[in-house]
Design a binder for this molecule. Structure first.
Ligand code: CA
Ligand code: CA
Ligand code: CA
Length: 318
């Protein structure tokens, strides 16, 4: 991504500077190359300094987190460390906005934020409260967030989780600000299904009414793959994901059946989904190793801070 940004900066400088007054030079990680200075000093003396149009983007970050029972460590780590994420975003631009959607086989926005009917969080405190609330209300009793706090428990009859509908909702239902750098952070340890499959139909026989364990329920996949990628692109957002790069060993696996093979859990994240480019790379984002997070080798907060800084004022390339 860094190389493409460097090239982009050159193209912008050499071409239509007047059309892009708000773009700024690459941020960090680019070896300190000051393409703007080189061009200004040498062959393009009339090119206005790129710093003359200072990027004034706000920062909007939405967490789209799998809150099924294997994912408590992500919610707990973010509860501990999200203040660092808020502080780093605030250092980039004042008044960052955050959102949080939790998903299992359906999803819901945390609605305890301070703006926009609760969907927008402006402090770590309300995010921490939301992570804690989702842990106790949805993760522990295996309840689907879209069913609300009094929905049925002991749901989730197959391992795949509905990230796709949640990402689509983040892209289309979060109140993104017009001039904001937009980042979606996903964490999940499995892949997803696409419409018209049903997450509540454990054996894929078209019926979702069996009540013996693992209990069935009606949890249709509502979105397709291409339309979800398109929704993120149209929102001008990037997806950065934390997912498993390999299947877990047999002792660490989801305890129910599954629709797709264990080798397919990378699909859509670090591997193509039915031949289509994975969501993070299709949205100019990146995928990271969730197992490294779980093992304590990769910090969620530090990684999120890096990708937000790297994204800031850099229009996504897609
Ligand atoms: Ca799960
Ligand atoms: Ca599931
Ligand atoms: Ca069935």
């Amino acid at each position: 991504m860094a190389f493409r940004r460097w090239v982009l900066a050159l193209v912008v400088l050499a071409g239509a500077c007047g059309d892009e007054p708000r773009r700024r030079p690459p941020v960090g990680g680019d070896g300190g190359v000051d393409a703007g200075a080189a061009l200004r000093d040498a062959s393009f003396p009339d090119v206005p300094p790129v710093d003359g149009g200072v990027c004034m983007d706000a920062v909007d970050v939405v967490f789209v987190l799998d809150v099924s029972s294997s994912m408590n460590f992500v919610l707990e780590e973010l509860e501990d460390d999200v203040q660092q994420v808020v502080d780093a975003a605030t250092a980039l631009a004042p008044d960052p906005h955050f959102g949080f959607l939790g998903f299992v086989d359906n999803h819901a926005f945390a609605a305890n934020g301070s703006l926009e009917g609760g969907r927008v969080h402006t402090s770590a405190a309300t995010l921490q409260a939301a992570f804690r609330e989702f842990l106790s209300t949805y993760t522990s009793p295996n309840r689907n967030p879209g069913d609300g706090p009094s929905g049925p428990t002991t749901q989730n009859p197959i391992c795949e989780e509905n990230a796709l509908d949640a990402i689509h909702a983040a892209a289309t239902e979060f109140p993104w600000r017009e001039s904001a750098t937009r980042v979606i952070i996903v964490a999940t340890d499995d892949t997803f299904l696409i419409a018209p499959d049903n997450y509540g139909d454990r054996d894929g026989d078209g019926d979702w009414t069996s009540t013996d364990f693992p209990r069935e329920g009606n949890y249709p996949a509502r979105r397709g793959y291409a339309e979800t990628v398109t929704a993120v692109q149209e929102a001008r957002a990037r997806v950065f994901a934390f997912t498993r790069l390999t299947a877990p060993d047999v002792f660490s696996r989801c305890g129910t059946g599954r629709r797709l093979g264990w080798s397919q859990i990378t699909e859509g994240w670090s591997a193509p989904y039915q031949g289509a480019e994975p969501i993070p790379s299709a949205t100019d984002g990146q995928n990271f190793d969730l197992a490294a997070v779980q093992a304590g080798r990769l910090s969620l907060a530090a990684t999120i801070n890096e990708v937000v800084v790297e994204s800031y004022c850099q229009p996504p390339l897609f």
